[in-house]
Design a protein around this ligand. Structure first.
Ligand code: SAM
Length: 280
């Protein structure tokens, strides 16, 4: 059954805060954070300086992965009293590799109207400033630490540009793993310290990036994109080109996969999926 909340008042605001540059706080975020009855935040010590700098004195209550369940029922009671809550995280958009999904889900299940105050997010910031050939991407949050799990994940998403968060002290090892899974020519872009003083974007082959970070600072907050495996070898690039040409001649995805799989001796389904995902 469709569950529309059009007529209700918002009782939970999911509010984005800056990912590094304090000036990236939106006017509406400040307004909403001042107006609600309480702000649920990951760590009060982290959020207080930001909120104080914008003159926000609303009561803060901690909400993190270790008390999500307990706080969710407490917040539900607060909302039943007719009060309003805002959810923020340490930085960026709550629920994106940050706590919040349990609260949002639970409140939606209870018929509470939830709304977002959008703003900074490392994924969207990064994607808007890097080289990209295609619109589609997959976002996987933080990479698993175990090498075999990383391999499984990159295999699963190999036909998509894959965006992931990684800590600075694990990145070197992860890059070595990627070189092993995908070859040293795999294309990658690393974003570091976005919106901050030492912001840096570097792109190249995984081999070049490994070399670069041997001689340069590898600190701070990191977001990466590993480009789709399809663009990583000549045969695949050629197939992509041929798909584009046949699409322009109005061949169906099915015909394209039949023709090109015969010509290139490549799995028909793989070409069919590529063709489906590619714009005319
Ligand atoms: N909710 C946040 C968002 O909207 O992007 C992400 C929170 S997650 C716990 C934190 C991770 O996001 C960092 O470890 C890093 O990988 C990435 N990140 C956050 N801020 C960043 C920045 N300024 N530059 C690069 N990556 C950043």
């Amino acid at each position: 059954m469709i569950n529309s909340n059009k007529e209700k008042d918002v009782q939970l605001y999911v509010v984005a805060t800056p990912i590094g540059n304090r000036a990236d706080m939106s006017f509406r975020a400040v307004e909403i954070l001042k107006s609600v009855d309480l702000i649920a935040c990951e760590d009060c010590r982290t959020s207080s300086p930001l909120l104080e700098s914008y003159g926000i004195s609303t009561k803060l209550v901690s909400y993190h992965k270790f008390n999500e369940k307990q706080r969710t029922s407490e917040f539900l009671n607060v909302i039943k009293e007719g009060k309003k809550i805002a959810l923020i995280s340490d930085a960026g958009t709550p629920c994106i590799s940050d706590p919040g999904r349990i609260l949002v889900q639970e409140l939606l299940d209870c018929g509470v109207k939830v709304s977002a105050v959008p703003g900074a997010c490392a994924v969207s910031t990064f994607l808007s400033m890097i080289p990209r050939e295609r619109e589609e991407f997959s976002f996987v949050g933080f990479l698993p630490r175990v090498k075999s799990q990383q391999q499984k994940l990159f295999e699963k998403y190999k036909n998509f540009d894959t965006v992931f968060y990684e800590s600075a002290n694990r990145l070197a090892e992860t890059l070595e793993n990627i070189a092993e899974f995908r070859g040293k020519d795999a294309g990658i872009t690393v974003g570091r310290e976005l919106t901050k003083r030492y912001e840096e974007i570097c792109f190249g082959s995984v081999e070049e990036i490994i070399e670069y970070f041997k001689n340069n600072t590898l600190r701070g907050e990191i977001v990466c994109i590993l480009y789709a495996a399809i663009a990583n070898n000549d045969n695949d690039s050629n197939i992509v080109e041929q798909i584009k040409k046949l699409k322009n001649l109005n061949y169906s995805d099915k015909d394209i996969s039949a023709i090109l799989s015969a010509l290139f001796d490549v799995n028909k389904n793989k070409i069919y999926k590529l063709s489906l995902n590619m714009k005319q």
